[in-house]
Each structure stands twice: as structure tokens, then as C-alpha cells.
Design a protein around this ligand. Structure first.
Ligand SMILES: *[C@@H]1O[C@H](CO)[C@@H](O)[C@H](O)[C@H]1NC(C)=O
Length: 268
């Protein structure tokens, strides 16, 4: 653990400058968010001195994610910890999902991750991001993306307290997949084939404070200002989606929700 913490402190500025230089052409709002990430890492003393992690989050790090190849074919499994640990600048590619939940007024539910999270603590992000688990056999099923959908239900319930019966499997729409890599803080990062999932429904929320610090619905016309106003960074996967297709999808939300999944894996 001591070695890991030392590595974490030493690699942090490198990870961030790599991250910054690879996105020179980004829109100003998210550029600001990444600059905020740099300031955030260098000023957050709590983060730099962290010698032990939250016990609940440590426990969750033992769950097993599905390892996949570049075509999203399952090739094995590894613990959540191993799936997020940077070794020789690499992270094992695994299957994940990112939920964008809209209410009936087309406002998107955003969350700020709790300070207890081991990866990307206190970052702002989309509604819910997690993984189908190797440990839950049904979540490994691929027909009609059923495994991912079951994992979405489970995590919306766990993180946001949304009752399982409020989100039917038919409400969960898999829009596309993205493949991205992000070194995070240099110790823990992400390398995922991420199913982008949309849901449009008014739901009941009761947030799990170990996972989420704060939630907020944001309308499309308020989103740019909202991102500019943040004093915390946004997660890389949310950043990629905001930069690429989010507004196009959001403008045509009802059509996007009835259109079948595209079969492409978009690489960032
Ligand atoms: C959904 O929730 C929003 C925000 O609370 C509310 O304004 C709207 O009337 C609700 N719509 C439906 C169809 O329940």
C-alpha cells in the first residue's frame, strides 16, 4: 500500500498533463473542467495524504468485472481493483455502462461522486456509472443487452435508491458503446468498453451517501453554464460524451429512445 500511495503522488501531475495535451481541441467548458482537475489534484491535501480507503468501497473493489477484447468479446474476469489499477501505463479493458437518466421534462440527472470513492472522488458525472459483474451470472448474458440492463437496475437502486420496480428493463435503452482509456490519478484509472444507456422517466431518488455526494437535474439549455460553474472536475467518460454526441442525442431524445442500438464501438 505504501508503494502505491507513493506512486500515486509522484504520477499525478504526469497523468494530468497527458490528459490535458490530448484534448487540445475540446470546447472551452470542458477544458475548464480539466484545468479544474489539475488544481483539484494539487490542492486536495486530503487526497494526497490518503493512506487508507473507505471500508465499504474497499469491499466493493473485490467484485469481479468482465474483461473484454476490443470487440467487446468477454475474455475473462478480474477484480474491480485490478480492473482500475494502472500497471506500466496500462489498465485491463473491461465492460461498463454509463446511465443518462432524463425526467419527463427532458432534464438530465447528474451526480457528484462522494469523497469516499476510490476512483474519481468528488468528480461530477452523469447519472450512474458501473459494471455488469462476472459474479452475477445473469449480468454476463448478452442477448438484448440483458446483462447490462440488469446491472443498470441494480446500480440505480444501490446508488440512487430508485426502486427496482420503477425502472423496467424496457425503460433501459442501450444507445451505443464507447471505448476509452484514462489514467485517472496515475494509480487508479479507467479502460472500458462503456455501454451508453438512456432512460427517460420520472423516478423516486434516495441517494446512498457512500456513493454520491449530491444530485441535480439540469436542462439542456442550462448545461454549458452548469459545467462552467463547477468547482470540481468532470469524469473522463462524461467528458467524452459531452464533447461528442450528448447534445445531438438530447435534442432528439424521443427519436433516440425508439431507435435500435447502433452496433459500433466508438473509440476515443
Ligand atoms: C415529472 O417530474 C417533473 C419534475 O418534478 C414534473 O414537472 C413533471 O410534471 C413530471 N411529469 C410527469 C409526466 O409525471
Amino acid at each position: 500500500m505504501a508503494v502505491q500511495i507513493l506512486t500515486k503522488v509522484l504520477l499525478t501531475p504526469v497523468a494530468i498533463s497527458t490528459c490535458l495535451s490530448s484534448h487540445v481541441l475540446m470546447k472551452s467548458s470542458t477544458r475548464l473542467s480539466l484545468i479544474a482537475a489539475q488544481a483539484f489534484h494539487s490542492q486536495n491535501k486530503n487526497y494526497m495524504n490518503k493512506f487508507s480507503f473507505d471500508p465499504i468501497q474497499e469491499q466493493l473493489f473485490k467484485e469481479n468485472c468482465l474483461l473484454v477484447d476490443e470487440n467487446d468479446k468477454v475474455v475473462g474476469y478480474k477484480s474491480k481493483r485490478d480492473c482500475h489499477t494502472v500497471v506500466d501505463n496500462m489498465i485491463p479493458l473491461h465492460r461498463a455502462f454509463s446511465v443518462f437518466l432524463f425526467n419527463e421534462n427532458n432534464e438530465l440527472l447528474l451526480q457528484q461522486r462522494s469523497r469516499y470513492k476510490i476512483t474519481y472522488p468528488e468528480y461530477f458525472t452523469n447519472t450512474c456509472c458501473s459494471h455488469p459483474l462476472y459474479d452475477n451470472e445473469d449480468e454476463t448474458k448478452e442477448k438484448d443487452n440483458i446483462g447490462v440492463k440488469l446491472a443498470v437496475q441494480r446500480r440505480l437502486n444501490y446508488e440512487l435508491g430508485i426502486p427496482i420496480q420503477e425502472i423496467g428493463l424496457d425503460d433501459i435503452k442501450c444507445i451505443t458503446r464507447i471505448h476509452y482509456f484514462d489514467k485517472g490519478d496515475g494509480v487508479f484509472g479507467e479502460h472500458e468498453i462503456d455501454y451508453i444507456v438512456f432512460i427517460k422517466k420520472n423516478i423516486t431518488i434516495n441517494i446512498n451517501k457512500n456513493e454520491i455526494h449530491h444530485t441535480e437535474y439540469v436542462g439542456m439549455d442550462k448545461m454549458e453554464d452548469f459545467l462552467k460553474s463547477l468547482h470540481y472536475p468532470i469524469t473522463p467518460w462524461f467528458h467524452f460524451i459531452v464533447q461528442s454526441k450528448l447534445y445531438d442525442w438530447w435534442k432528439n431524445l424521443d427519436q433516440v429512445l425508439i431507435k435500435p442500438t447502433d452496433n459500433t464501438i466508438h473509440k476515443f
